[in-house]
Design a protein around this ligand. Sequence first.
Ligand code: PLP
Length: 365
Amino acid sequence: MKRNILLNPGPATTTDTVKMAQVVPDICPREKEFASLMRGLRSDLLKTVNANAEDYTSVLFTGSGTINIDICLNSLLPDGKKALIVNNGAYSSRAVEVCQYYGLPHIDLKSSVFERPDLAAVEQTLKENPDIAIVYTTHHETGTGILNPIREIGALAHKYGAISVFDTTSSLAMIPINVYDDNIDFCMASAQKGIMAMSGLSFIIGRTEEIRKSKDYPKRSYYCNLYLQYEYFEKTGEMHFTPPVQTIYATIQALKEYFAEGEQGKWARHQRVNKALHEGLAKLGLKEAIRPELQSGLVISVLYPDMPNWSFEKVHDYCYERGFTIYPGKISTTNTFRLCSLGAIDEEDIHAFIPVLGEALELCK
Ligand SMILES: *Cc1c(COP(=O)(O)O)cnc(C)c1O
């Protein structure tokens, strides 16, 4: 099969064994055989964030990663309480929009997209608003590539009696995460990113006790409610409605490969890819938008170069035709494009990509 190198922020390049795992005999997902696959999958997902089955559970949903943001916020906010969104980028802004659409009381603590959030401002807001029940932020802000201090933000949430909900969609199964050390009550991802499977399956990992408590919270969505889906899984082992059957087979294979590579081994590989990208960009004279010490090591926001005939489209198309996918930026005030180190790729792929990017830049002179 043709191997494309995806440098966009997911779906990522997958292995052929993961692709082929989807080709299975037809099965009705209401069969016991399928429920038993999902049981194993739910328990393996806990291991990706070092969570214990006594404290945490994972709940699966059919949908892209944004469904998790929607579900966590609409399901975990008790009546009369507020969510605090620590917002330094496009993905936390998405959470603010979810609150707006549901009419959920919330505080949008917005700060520069070029910096980490100010912890003193987070604490001050918690102090002044004892009705905050959820502290929410994005771990790896994929829009810029900044890694946010969730451990510290989670500790502040707990100090003021709130739960922490973190969007870990673009860090889970890439950057090592430990729900206990990182003060995570809820985190989330979709199968297409760190796990390197296919799109269509998303999951939330959270404290079982908090999910049980949410049974009595307002039900604001019929399809997207965390407690209802959890309860259905506990009773039947199944999703309430049709699961993405083939994606689940791919995810089970991808997790086998994840555990074989290992948490540390995989993170080391992503870092090799990222290092090769930084070196290649420097060689080509391209500059980055985010200071190196703030970066996650998974996404680089590259500033548009000052070239007379610069065209992102042209550079994208030149690379795409040669098997490399680059991606537009997501910083509204600055023109950038993004290069990501997700997926089943290694430094050799970047060594092959940089000369192609160099040729594309020549066309812009
Ligand atoms: C990819 C991503 C999502 C989910 O986006 P979808 O387009 O719904 O898959 C959510 N949060 C972050 C931080 C992401 O990187």
